[in-house]
Design a protein around this ligand. Structure first.
Ligand SMILES: C[S@@+](CC[C@H](N)C(=O)[O-])C[C@H]1O[C@@H](n2cnc3c(N)ncnc32)[C@H](O)[C@@H]1O
Length: 495
C-alpha cells in the first residue's frame, strides 16, 4: 500500500514493514552517509535524511520506501546537534554548492574519516584498517580559485516565496544551481567559498546582462543568449580571469562589457568573452575572444607555476592541492633512479610536482587539451624528465610490453581517476605493470574500495590511508592511499 494520500502520522518507533511513503517520523540521526545525507534508524529500517545532522532530533517525511531503507525529507529540527553552528550563507539549505555549513568543521572532518573507513571496510573488505584523521583545508571559506555561475530565466525560491517565482522572457538570474535542479538558479548575492571580489564581479556582470536586454539561456528549451560566467582568482598570484560565455558573439556588447569591467575592476588580468553552442550545462569555450589583458592567468603550486587558460582543468583549492600533493610525495618515497607513471594525469600537475624526485615521469591522459597544457607547463617550468601520452587508458596500456619497452617499467604508479574509478582493463594493466608501490588518489571512496579490492586480491597490500579535505562544507571526500607490492609477488611481474 502507498501511504501518499493519507494524513501524515507521527511515528516514533514502528517496524520497517509498517512505515509508508508520506509518514511523518521522528528521527535521531547518528551518522552521515557517503554523499552527505544523515543516517537514522527506525527499528530495523535505515532512513536517510537530507540536510539533517547526526545528534539532531528531527521530524522528517518519508518520500521513498524500499525493503531495507527509506529516504525522508527534513521537515523540522526539534533539537539541534551538539556540533551545530550558524551557517554563514543566506542561500544555505537550497543551494547545490554547500550542504554542511551548519556542521562544525572538526565534525565534518571526523565524519569524512569515518566514511572512508566504513566504505573501505564494507565495499573493499579491508577490516582493521587505520585511516588517518582527515587533513583539514588551510582555509574553510574563500578557498575556491574558480567558480562557474549559470544564467537562467528560472529562479528557485523557497516555498514561502512561491508565487513570486518569475519565469518570463525578461527574467534573468545568475548564480548556482538549486539543489537537485539543472534549470533553476539561486540568484546568488555572494558565495562564501570564493574571495569577496569574485562576488562583486558576479553582481556587476548580472547587472550588465540585465541591462543588455538579451535573454538568459533556458536549459530546457535551449534558447537564449547569456550562458555562463566563469571567475578564476589565483590564490597565490592574485591574478584574476573573468570569462563571460554567451551563445554567440556580439561585438558591440563585448565593447561595452570591456569598458565597464575595466573601469570597475582594473585588477582583472584576463578578460574574455566566449561562445558555445553546446547543450551541456558545463561552461566550455568553443570560441574565445580576448577583450583585455592576457589569455591565461598564472597560479603557483609549491615552487612551480602553471598557465591556466579558460578551458584548463586546475585544482580548485590551491593551498589544499599542495598538501594533497605533499601526501603523494610522502607516500611515494621516490628515489632518484626511479620511473613513475602518473595515470589520469590531467594537465600534469602531479607529474611535474614530483618530477624532481625521480629519474623519469610519464603521464597518461585522455583529454588532448589537458595533455597540451601538460607539455606547456613542463616547458614553462623547464622540466625535462616528464613525458605525456594522449590516449584512453583502456587502450593506452593494452600492450603493456610495448609501453614498458618505450618508457621503462614503472617503479611507482600514481593513479588519480575520475569518480567512476578505473576500468577493469586498466586495473588488469596496472597488475601487469607490477610497480613496487602504488599511490592511489580518489574523489570517490566507493569506486576506490572496488578497485583496491581487485588490486589487493593477490599482489598488493593496503598500508596507508589519508583523507584530505579539498572541499570544506561539502560532502566531497578526497583520499590518498598507499599500496605496497607483496614480497611473494615481486618476481611474478608479467608483461
Ligand atoms: C581526477 S582528474 C585527475 C587530475 C590530475 N591528476 C590533477 O591532480 O590535476 C581525472 C583525469 O582523468 C582523465 N580521464 C578520465 N578518463 C580517462 C581515461 N579513460 N583514460 C585517460 N584519462 C582519463 C580526465 O580527463 C581527468 O583529467
Amino acid at each position: 500500500m502507498d501511504g501518499q494520500n493519507k494524513e501524515p502520522i507521527l511515528l516514533k518507533s514502528k517496524p520497517a514493514a509498517g512505515v509508508h511513503r508520506g509518514d511523518l517520523v521522528e528521527l535521531r540521526p547518528t551518522d552521515l552517509a557517503l554523499g552527505g545525507a544523515a543516517v537514522a534508524r527506525l527499528d530495523d529500517l535505515v532512513v536517510f535524511v537530507e540536510n539533517a545532522l547526526p545528534g539532531q532530533t528531527v521530524l522528517a517525511k518519508i518520500f521513498k520506501k524500499k525493503k531495507n531503507f527509506a529516504e525522508a525529507r527534513l521537515e523540522k529540527v526539534l533539537t539541534p546537534a551538539p556540533g551545530q553552528v550558524e551557517p554563514r550563507c543566506a542561500h544555505f539549505g537550497h543551494c547545490g554548492g554547500c550542504r554542511w555549513q551548519h556542521f562544525a568543521y572538526g565534525q565534518q572532518l571526523e565524519s569524512k574519516q569515518r566514511q572512508v573507513e566504513e566504505t573501505l571496510r564494507h565495499l573493499g573488505g579491508f577490516a582493521g584498517l587505520t585511516v588517518q584523521p582527515t587533513l583539514p583545508s588551510p582555509e574553510i571559506y574563500g578557498y575556491r580559485n574558480k567558480m562557474e555561475f549559470s544564467f537562467s530565466p528560472l529562479r528557485w525560491l523557497p516555498f514561502f516565496e512561491k508565487g513570486r517565482e518569475d519565469a518570463t522572457a525578461e527574467a534573468l538570474y545568475l548564480g548556482l544551481h538549486a539543489k537537485g535542479f539543472f534549470d533553476k538558479i539561486i540568484d546568488v548575492e555572494s558565495c562564501h567559498l570564493l574571495p569577496p571580489l569574485s562576488s562583486e564581479i558576479l553582481q556587476e556582470v548580472r547587472q550588465f546582462a540585465i541591462e543588455s536586454g538579451r535573454p538568459a539561456y533556458h536549459a530546457r528549451d535551449h534558447r537564449g543568449f547569456w550562458r555562463f560566467l566563469v571567475v578564476r582568482h589565483a590564490r597565490k598570484t592574485g591574478e584574476l580571469m573573468v570569462n563571460l560565455v554567451a551563445s554567440e558573439y556580439d561585438r558591440s556588447l563585448a565593447e561595452t562589457f570591456t569598458q565597464r569591467m575595466q573601469a570597475r575592476f582594473p585588477q582583472i588580468s584576463s578578460l574574455l568573452y566566449s561562445t558555445t553552442q553546446s547543450l551541456s550545462g558545463v561552461a566550455f569555450s568553443e570560441a574565445e575572444y580576448l577583450l583585455a589583458g592576457k589569455s591565461t592567468i598564472t597560479e603557483n603550486l609549491g615552487s612551480l607555476s602553471f598557465e591556466i587558460s579558460s578551458n584548463s582543468f586546475f585544482q580548485t583549492n590551491t593551498l589544499q592541492a599542495e598538501r594533497l600533493y605533499d601526501v603523494i610525495i610522502d607516500y611515494a618515497q621516490l628515489r632518484p633512479d626511479e620511473t613513475v607513471y602518473d595515470l589520469y594525469c590531467g594537465a600534469g600537475t602531479i607529474s611535474l610536482y614530483v618530477s624532481h624526485l625521480a629519474e623519469r615521469v610519464v603521464g597518461f591522459e585522455s583529454v588532448k587539451a589537458a595533455v597540451d597544457d601538460a607539455h606547456h607547463n613542463a616547458a614553462h617550468n623547464r622540466i625535462g624528465n616528464c613525458s605525456f601520452v594522449w590516449g584512453d587508458l583502456r587502450d593506452a596500456l593494452e600492450d603493456t610490453g610495448k609501453t614498458i619497452a618505450r618508457y621503462g617499467r614503472p617503479d611507482v604508479l600514481i593513479i588519480d581517476p575520475p569518480r567512476g574509478g578505473m576500468h577493469p582493463k586498466t586495473v588488469a594493466a596496472v597488475l601487469r605493470l607490477a610497480p613496487q608501490r602504488i599511490v592511489h588518489v580518489s574523489c570517490n571512496p566507493a569506486t576506490l574500495a572496488r578497485d583496491l579490492k581487485l588490486l589487493c586480491a593477490e599482489s598488493y597490500r593496503l598500508t596507508k590511508v589519508q583523507p584530505v579535505d579539498m572541499f570544506p562544507h561539502t560532502a566531497h571526500i578526497e583520499v590518498v592511499v598507499l599500496l605496497q607490492r607483496n614480497p611473494s609477488s615481486a618476481q611474478d611481474a608479467t608483461v
